[in-house]
Design a binder for this molecule. Structure first.
Ligand code: GCO
Ligand code: MG
Length: 416
């Protein structure tokens, strides 16, 4: 079975997505997600100009060899653009292999290790009453684990909090009234937000106290620090949240410095998750070997596909570290489906983030996975179980969109 065609598909149903579709000489197609939020066209060009020409004529079954060929063969290794491109090829080839075998992909990865994937949803509110409404809505929809983000007094808009100001703009304005958080805005330049870590650290413990008082001790609660703290600030936050028994505290410090987590770890027993911006196993080396984290956050889409992420999860498993794959709306339904198949198969599954895509997204990406009782599950369709509707996609051309940038109150740039 040889690769005959590889198409880079760019569409914007609710938000921008880059998808790779590989077709074999006997007509089998496979999909891979290559979406890199705010830098989509760089990955599209990397694929179109430098990867697609190398794929034509290759044996579609040789997934590992193709992975190594693209990773070692570029000479310039790693990085989000390269690894998202490799991920898209890898995922599409797994989709093809599973379709050729007539099996859902998880069967090729070793078969089911569990009945479904426990997921967490995103609840948020500028103030507590809005946050409580959002948690209640999630519970009514079946969610059994909740990420909690709130506004910070004195800051007009902060990461993770849905509000009317975050409503989608551009061609989809007003078409998706759902109360969701989508950080990328359709703008020619990034929106600027402001940040004050001390105000944040003063506010958050009280929020978790209020949520525990309202919803009781059992509900798994998560929180995302979005890489904004120094190690000592992170240690302080982890310690102050211990009474509220978090499932995890995510991305406390800028992720480039793995050693920073040593200091955080010495001071708190709050479980730590990191890795959504990582793209290879090397980014985790110190964190995993020294057991500085509890959950690995990379998605299939940004960490070299099923092949790359499986290797990271296996490495983590020998240190009792579990998976917690990134699943925001900027991971497409193809990337999410890949995570579902992988999560069903691995021994050390922890939890899956599930933010839900907009209805327009599902018109382009026809999915078969199910969500019930707080769990995601793959259907028995062969492959990944996703098809791409070209006609629906044509109605949603690419529109530039950027993630916000962040400034401290004195105007200095800070991690967003
Ligand atoms: C998460 C992430 C996202 C990112 C987004 C950037 O935990 O889901 O932090 O909200 O900000 O994926 O593109
Ligand atoms: Mg995050």
């Amino acid at each position: 079975m040889f690769i005959e065609k590889a198409e880079v598909l760019i569409s914007s149903p609710g938000r921008n997505f880059v998808t790779l579709r590989i077709t074999t000489d006997d007509g089998v197609t496979g999909l891979g997600d290559a979406t890199l939020n705010g830098r989509e066209l760089a990955v599209a060009a990397y694929l179109r100009e430098h990867v697609v020409p190398l794929l034509i004529g290759r044996d579609a079954h040789r997934i590992e060899d193709t992975w190594q060929y693209l990773y070692k063969g570029a000479y310039w290794r790693r990085g989000p653009v390269t690894m998202a491109s490799i991920a898209a090829v890898d995922t599409a080839l797994w989709d093809i292999k599973a379709k050729a075998a007539g099996l859902p992909l998880y069967q090729l990865l070793g078969g089911r290790s569990r009945d479904g994937l426990l997921v967490y949803g995103h609840a948020s509110g500028a103030e507590l009453p809005e946050l409580f409404d959002s948690i209640n809505e999630h519970l009514e929809e079946g969610y059994r684990a909740i990420r909690v983000q709130t506004g910070i007094p004195g800051l007009p808009s902060v990461y993770g909090v849905a509000s009317s100001a975050n409503a989608r703009t551009g061609s989809d304005a007003g078409t998706d009234a759902r109360y969701d958080y989508e950080p990328a805005r359709r703008n020619a330049v990034p929106v600027e937000e402001s940040w004050d870590t001390r105000a944040y650290l003063r506010h958050i413990p009280g929020v978790f106290e209020a949520v525990r008082n309202e919803f009781g001790p059992e509900l798994p609660l998560l929180h995302d620090g979005h890489h904004r703290m120094t190690p000592m600030q992170a240690a302080k936050l982890g310690k102050s949240l211990e009474p509220y028994d978090l499932f995890w505290l995510e991305d406390v410090t800028p992720a480039e410095n793995q050693e920073a987590l040593r200091l955080v770890r010495q001071h708190t027993t709050t479980p730590l998750a990191i890795g959504e911006v990582f793209n290879t196993i090397w980014d985790y080396k110190t964190l995993i070997e020294e057991q500085l984290i509890d959950y690995v956050r990379s998605p299939v889409t940004h960490a070299g596909g099923i092949t790359g992420l499986r290797r990271i999860f296996d490495y983590a498993s020998i240190y009792q570290i579990k998976s917690g794959a990134h699943g925001p709306t900027d991971v497409s339904p193809v990337g999410l489906s890949a995570a579902i198949h992988l999560g069903l198969a691995i021994p050390n599954f922890g939890i899956q983030e599930y933010m839900r895509h907009a209805p327009a997204t599902h018109e382009v990406f026809r999915t078969t996975f199910t969500f019930a009782n707080g769990m995601l599950d793959a259907a028995d369709a062969p492959g990944l179980g996703v098809e791409y509707d070209d006609e629906a996609a044509a109605a949603h051309p690419y529109e530039a969109a950027y993630l916000p940038v962040n400034r401290l109150l004195d105007g200095s740039m800070h991690d967003w």
